[in-house]
Ligand binder design. Sequence first.
Ligand SMILES: NC(=O)c1ccc[n+]([C@@H]2O[C@H](COP(=O)([O-])OP(=O)(O)OC[C@H]3O[C@@H](n4cnc5c(N)ncnc54)[C@H](O)[C@@H]3O)[C@@H](O)[C@H]2O)c1
Length: 282
Amino acid sequence: MYTHQLLEGKKGLIFGAVDEASLAWHIAERCHEEGAEIVLTNASFAIQLGDVKRLAEQTNSPLIECDATDITQLQSLFEQTVNYFGGQIDFILHAVAQSPNIRRKRRYDDVNYTYFQQTLDTSALSLHKILQVAKKMDAIAEWGSVVALSYLAAERPIHGYVDMGDAKALLQSICRTFGLVYGAEKHVRINTVSQSPTRTNATKSFGEFKIMQAFTEDMSPLGNATPDSCADVCVMLFSDYTRYVTMQNIANDGGFAAAGLTDSFINNSKFVQLREDENYKD
Ligand SMILES: NC(=O)c1ccc[n+]([C@@H]2O[C@H](COP(=O)([O-])OP(=O)(O)OC[C@H]3O[C@@H](n4cnc5c(N)ncnc54)[C@H](O)[C@@H]3O)[C@@H](O)[C@H]2O)c1
């Protein structure tokens, strides 16, 4: 594994690692390898059921329980984190999402609105709450960096994503709008990274996830982006090399969002059979 110590001397707070498959797990490991000191946080249910204590031992980091939708718990988290570091935080990763509608297999035209509000609160408003609490406590250092993980469904409706597409659209809007305020006042930059479909705990309730992944693999010139590549992009955004990058959504998706029709799709898909069909001959 390569390392360039891009985050040497930096202190980061990482939300959302639950087990080895979590994108936040890969990102925490890379931040640690790149020289950062980190604090890990997750909701109590995830700490009880998941494996994040092992990551905390592995990276020599404290693990602080916090429901990212609860202002009082966020205030306590920031207080404890700043105390632990003995100063302000340089970077924050938001990798928090949950949709009760998806978990209960609701369709987009038959959602439960209480669940919908929970989806928006956990997956999008939590970013606003984190930023607002941090700003009021002046917990993020000048030129600090905040990254939230997003998905293409914020811009284009995607099969099976139900209310999470709306949540990601709101998440990206919060990134831009808060970026305008926090950038001007404290030079804090806020970006989102849209990652390729990646098998994690959060995708277990998606029907047909493997088909979706196979499709995006075929339709991405570089193939689906790996979790480690997502970690690399986050390290870059946390580092001093991206000091003037803010309010952006960076696609780490092997080119999927920009591709029209790939050779790979034509050659590997069911369309190969159509070549033999007289009705489809040129
Ligand atoms: N896996 C993918 O295909 C994919 C693609 C693009 C973006 N993302 C995004 O990446 C992020 C991380 O997801 P993941 O796929 O690694 O799955 P994951 O299940 O490992 O992570 C989701 C995390 O959210 C946490 N969480 C849920 N409710 C919470 C709350 N109230 N307070 C604090 N934490 C809470 C969970 O405990 C979990 O750790 C999410 O924002 C997800 O939408 C995932």
